[in-house]
Design a protein. Structure first.
Length: 318
C-alpha cells in the first residue's frame, strides 16, 4: 500500500493588507498545468494542420466558461435533492459539484458558437482539440490524489492508496477498513494512464493513417476512447456515481457518446476499410526533396481533406 495522504493545500500566500491569507490547492495547480500543456499540444497540432493559432487563446476562455457552466448545471440537475430547498446554493461558492459530461457538453456548445462566429471549421478544430483535451485530463486527474478522491474499493495490491477516515465514502468506513492497513484502487491513476495511452494512439494514428482519416475522425475517437474509460472504471467507483434507477448516470452518458461516435465512424468508413497508411516516396526521391517537404513527408501529417474518394463535405460529419 502507498501510505501517503497528501495535504490538499500546496502552500498559502500570506496576508497582504486586507487580503489573505490565500490557500493555493494542489488541485488548482494541477488544473493550471493541465490547461497549459493542453494549450501547448493544441497549438502544435493546429500549426501542423495549417490552422490559425491566434484564435486559440480567446477560444480557450469561452470554452472554459461554457464547460464550467455546463458542469455545474449537470451536477445540479443530477443532485436536485441537495438544492431544491436551498436555491442560492446553486450559484454561491464554494462550488463543490462539477460533472465531467456536463462540462464536455457545455464546452462543445461554446466551441461551436465561437468557431461559427470566427468563421472557422468546427470539425478541423475538434480534431486539434481531441488529443489536447485528453492530455489535459490525464494531468488534471492527479488533483484528485491530493484531494483523496476518485478512488475505488479496498485492495491488497501494492499500488493501493491510503485514504484517511475524513475522506471515506459511507461504503468503506474506517470501522470496517482501518486506515493504517487498508489500501484503495487509485481510479484517478487508472484514468490518467488510460488517457495518456489514448493521446499516444491518437497522435500515432493521425500521422500514420492521416490520408485515410476523414475530418472529425480524431474527435470521434476521443468520444469513443474516453467513454470506454469511464464506463469501465465506473464499476469500481462508489459514493459519487449518481444513479438513474440502478444504473450510474455516467455510464448512460458514456454509452451514448460511445455509440454515437462509433456509429458515425463506421458509416463514414464502411467503403474504405481496412485503413491504409500514407504511401511515402522511395528513399532516393525523398532525399532529393527540399528539407521542409522531406520532413513533412517523413512525419506523414494527418490532414485528411485529400483522402481519395472523400470530399471536404463528405469528410465532415453532419
Amino acid at each position: 500500500m502507498i501510505n501517503v495522504t497528501p495535504n490538499p493545500i500546496a502552500f498559502t500566500i500570506p496576508q497582504i493588507g486586507p487580503f489573505g491569507p490565500i490557500p493555493i490547492p494542489w488541485y488548482g495547480i494541477g488544473y493550471a498545468v493541465s490547461v497549459s500543456v493542453a494549450l501547448w499540444l493544441g497549438t502544435r497540432e493546429a500549426r501542423r494542420r495549417g490552422l490559425d493559432t491566434k484564435i486559440i487563446g480567446d477560444g480557450l476562455f469561452w470554452v472554459f466558461i461554457g464547460g464550467l457552466v455546463g458542469a455545474r448545471i449537470y451536477h445540479v440537475i443530477d443532485r436536485w435533492d441537495l438544492y431544491q430547498n436551498d436555491l442560492p446554493r446553486i450559484i454561491l461558492p464554494p462550488y463543490t459539484g462539477l460533472a465531467f459530461y456536463g462540462g464536455l457538453i457545455g464546452g462543445l456548445i461554446a466551441m461551436i458558437l465561437y468557431l461559427r462566429r470566427r468563421g472557422q471549421p468546427f470539425w478541423r478544430w475538434a480534431d486539434v482539440a481531441a488529443p489536447a483535451i485528453l492530455l489535459g485530463q490525464a494531468i488534471g486527474r492527479w488533483g484528485n490524489f491530493a484531494n483523496q478522491e476518485l478512488y475505488g474499493p479496498p485492495t491488497n495490491l501494492p499500488w493501493g492508496i491510503a485514504i484517511d477516515c475524513a475522506h471515506r465514502v459511507p461504503e468503506w468506513p474506517c470501522s470496517l477498513y482501518p486506515a493504517a492497513t487498508t489500501g484503495f484502487h487509485p481510479l484517478f491513476f487508472y484514468e490518467s494512464v488510460l488517457s495518456l495511452i489514448g493521446v499516444g494512439v491518437m497522435l500515432w494514428v493521425s500521422r500514420r493513417f492521416g490520408g485515410w482519416l476523414a475530418i472529425g475522425d480524431l474527435a470521434l475517437f476521443y468520444f469513443m476512447w474516453y467513454s470506454a474509460e469511464r464506463f469501465g472504471l465506473e464499476f469500481l467507483r462508489a459514493g459519487y456515481n449518481y444513479m438513474f434507477f440502478t444504473i450510474p448516470v455516467t455510464q448512460i452518458f458514456a454509452t451514448a457518446f460511445f455509440v454515437g461516435g462509433a456509429t458515425l465512424f463506421v458509416l463514414r468508413h464502411r467503403n474504405d476499410w481496412p485503413p491504409r497508411p500514407i504511401p511515402l516516396p522511395p528513399p532516393e526521391e525523398l532525399a532529393r526533396l527540399p528539407g521542409g517537404i522531406a520532413a513533412d513527408a517523413q512525419d506523414a501529417p494527418g490532414e485528411p481533406p485529400d483522402r481519395p474518394g472523400a470530399s471536404v463535405d463528405e469528410a465532415a460529419p453532419a
